[in-house]
Design a protein around this ligand. Structure first.
Ligand SMILES: Nc1ncnc2c1ncn2[C@@H]1O[C@H](COP(=O)(O)OP(=O)(O)OP(=O)(O)O)[C@@H](O)[C@H]1O
Ligand SMILES: [Mg+2]
Length: 424
């Protein structure tokens, strides 16, 4: 096996991760608070594994178009940091990184399952799958990925999951932590599983400013999860009046629709939504909703038209220029009126409904699960939602503005051949 010998100083690693540089378990979990150095370590180790030969990595995010700005850039940065650029060729357009020994790092998104199924390295088989922000994935995704690790290799194969822990009912907790994980310890090991928990305190590379910024979080849940890296026990969640259902059949009987759009670009995505509101039963059926990352308005317009054709879309009014551009690209975009206290008013109105979310809409389900009121350090609930995990929920509020303002329904019947389920 071609081996490349280089010297790398121990000092470039956080000490908590260093013992696991040459370690392999079939399933490895790196979890904990934000800025704890998880992504850096997984990227550094990936590069070092590549140099040692025999490894082909597949690095995944749930959504393909978040790959470039996260894991791909992270690994490219790692190659430069380790001063081994001359030993790798980085193909930015195809997002393939090839080591001089012929082994490769491939990238993908789980929302493109065909690609994930078919992607193959130039030589050998996939040996390591790094699933970044793994809480975004489904359990079935991981089972699928396990099947990708078939075939002969000279190294032990593994799946690596890295993430912030979110909430305790999550499938990762249920499947890998419950009954095993001891909060008093930093690691867990058995034949098949390795877990390491880290927080910002384990990251010696943070500046004092970084630490102060992180410690400034006052909300109890977010301190628990993002600062202390604990599996969150959700405090005062805002919505409990929702459930999921396969709406594919029921949707065919709906003739009126409401559509919304929350603008966003990089870390905060744009979120178009498509729904049916039944005033008689005060039931909201969320039929389609998605996160659109890094989409210029022409691309966003194409996504929206795919979702709602030419139906009216009520958009966040904070971006009149974007609304105009969407209109130029054929979206019937109109601004929301918002108005004083519209967030809390909208939330209270939505709380009175029955909300049914189509079962495949993971991002929406996640938002409805974790959207919560702010709490101070003493767990007092404040009359203000935490301003995160709310892209789809904001979009729904815009979409339903008319419904909220009116006692009577003002639905406009829009004939459409569009079937929001055709892509699923
Ligand atoms: N080995 C390292 N060398 C230099 N800087 C590092 C290293 N590890 C971490 N850092 C610094 O710490 C920051 C946070 O690290 P990283 O992004 O890996 O944390 P994380 O645990 O993945 O956080 P999150 O949960 O928010 O994704 C990085 O942006 C970088 O500035
Ligand atoms: Mg990270």
């Amino acid at each position: 096996m071609p081996k490349i010998n280089i010297k790398i100083s121990k000092d470039i690693f956080n000490p908590c991760y260093f013992p696991y540089l040459g370690y392999t378990a079939p399933l490895e979990i790196f979890y904990g608070g934000s800025s704890s150095g998880k992504s850096y370590f997984c990227a550094d180790r990936c590069v070092i594994d590549m140099l040692s030969g025999g490894h082909n990595y597949l690095v995944l995010r749930k959504v393909a178009n978040t790959v470039r700005r996260s894991v791909f850039n992270q690994i490219a940065k790692s190659i430069r940091k380790l001063k081994v650029s001359e030993l790798f060729s980085v193909n930015k357009s195809d997002m393939v990184i090839t080591c001089q020994n012929g082994y490769q790092i491939l990238f993908g998104g789980m929302d493109d399952p065909e690609k994930v199924k078919s992607v193959t390295p130039a030589k050998g088989v996939i040996t390591d799958i790094w699933v970044e922000e793994a809480t975004e994935f489904d359990y079935e995704d991981i089972q699928q990925l396990d099947k990708r690790l078939r075939g002969k290799s000279t190294v032990r194969k593994r799946i690596i999951l890295s993430f912030n822990p979110i909430y305790q009912t999550h499938w990762i907790y249920v499947n890998y932590f419950a009954g095993k994980w001891d909060e008093a310890k930093q690691t867990y090991k058995d034949d098949r599983l390795f877990i390491i928990k880290t927080t910002y305190k384990d990251n010696q590379f943070l500046t004092q400013d970084d630490v102060e910024r992180l410690e400034a979080t006052t909300d109890k849940y977010y301190r628990d999860v993002y600062l202390n890296g604990n599996w969150g026990v959700l405090g005062k969640v805002i919505f409990q009046n929702w459930r999921t259902e396969d709406l594919s059949e029921k949707a065919k009987s709906f003739s009126t629709f409401q559509n919304g759009l929350d603008f966003g670009y990089a870390a905060d995505p744009a979120a178009p939504t498509h729904m049916h509101f039944d005033r008689k039963s005060m039931t909201l059926y969320l039929l389609d909703a998605k996160y659109c990352y890094e989409m210029t308005n022409d691309l966003l317009a194409a996504e929206i038209k795919n979702m709602v054709d030419r139906q009216v879309v009520t958009c966040d009014c904070a971006e009149p220029k974007s609304i105009q551009e969407l209109r130029q690209h054929g979206v019937t975009a109109i601004p929301a009126r918002k108005g004083k206290d519209s967030v809390n008013f909208g939330i209270q109105w939505l709380q009175k409904l029955q909300i049914v979310i189509h079962c495949t809409l993971k991002e929406a389900i996640n938002e409805f699960t974790v959207y919560k009121w702010r709490e101070d350090k003493d767990s007092n609930v404040l009359p203000e939602p935490v301003d995160r995990d709310n892209h789809i929920i904001d979009s729904i509020r815009y979409a339903l503005e008319n419904e909220m303002a009116m006692g009577e329904s003002m639905d406009v019947v829009v004939e459409t051949k569009h079937n929001p389920f055709r892509r699923r």
